[in-house]
Design a protein around this ligand. Structure first.
Ligand SMILES: Nc1nc2c(c(=O)[nH]1)N[C@H]1C(S)=C(S)[C@@H](COP(=O)(O)O)O[C@H]1N2
Ligand SMILES: [Mo]
Length: 198
């Protein structure tokens, strides 16, 4: 894939490009299985596990403060894209509406279609993490996870579930889909935490 669409960074852009990554100006689509298609009105994000059960609808999410942020994203398949702009609800704003139960230390993101990926609470509750519905000022395309996905930019992009349908709070770390298939439990691109046998 190197060549036509990807270019090696001339330098690491002042530390912005993690080791082993190449820059792209495209926006590659990476989905295991089919793209999910549904209307915003069908969005439902179910909070469960070690948290008071609650389901956020599209209207609930739009009633929360909306934040636009620009940052870089890094995929474990070696592409990075600089300055991507997302709009949505900050996890730090959502969390004020959740009642976590004692012992919650991790969260599993669940997607329509069955994809899952795990995070520690520290990696989840960060001010740059968004439940995003808008990319570059336009409604997020279905292939990129629209109507609603999580964006967790400080970890490899597999940690950002498309078509978000649930957040399950847990008292221990548990592997999600790619983590069960050999990917690293955390996935920090600057540490090159790609696969667990690294
Ligand atoms: N529901 C769901 N979310 C997912 C995936 C997926 O297959 N299904 N792929 C992950 C991976 S491996 C990456 S790199 C990013 C890709 O997002 P993009 O297609 O918008 O580039 O989504 C992540 N979230
Ligand atoms: Mo990925």
């Amino acid at each position: 894939m190197l060549g036509k669409f990807f270019k090696k960074p001339a330098d690491d852009m002042g530390g912005r490009v993690p080791p082993g990554q190449s820059l792209t100006t495209r926006f590659p689509v990476l989905t295991y299985g089919p793209t999910q298609h549904y209307a915003p009105q069908e969005v439902a994000v179910r909070i469960f596990g070690l948290a008071e059960e609650h389901t956020f609808t599209w209207a609930d999410l739009l009633a929360l403060p909306q934040t636009t942020l620009t940052y870089d994203i890094h995929c474990v398949t070696h592409w990075s894209k600089l300055d991507t702009t997302w709009t949505g609800v900050r996890v730090t704003d959502l969390i004020t509406h959740l009642r976590l139960k004692p012992g919650a230390t991790h969260v599993m993101q669940h997607s329509v279609g069955g994809y899952t990926t795990n995070l520690s609470l520290d990696d989840f509750v960060r001010p740059e993490n968004l439940l995003a519905h808008t990319f570059g000022g336009q409604p997020l395309d279905a292939e990129h996870g629209g109507p609603l996905r999580l964006v967790v930019p400080h970890l490899y992009f597999w940690k950002s579930a498309k078509w978000l349908s649930g957040l399950e709070f847990m008292d221990a770390d548990r592997p999600g889909f790619w983590e069960r298939n050999g990917y690293h439990m955390r996935g920090d691109p600057f540490q090159e935490e790609r696969y667990d046998d690294d």
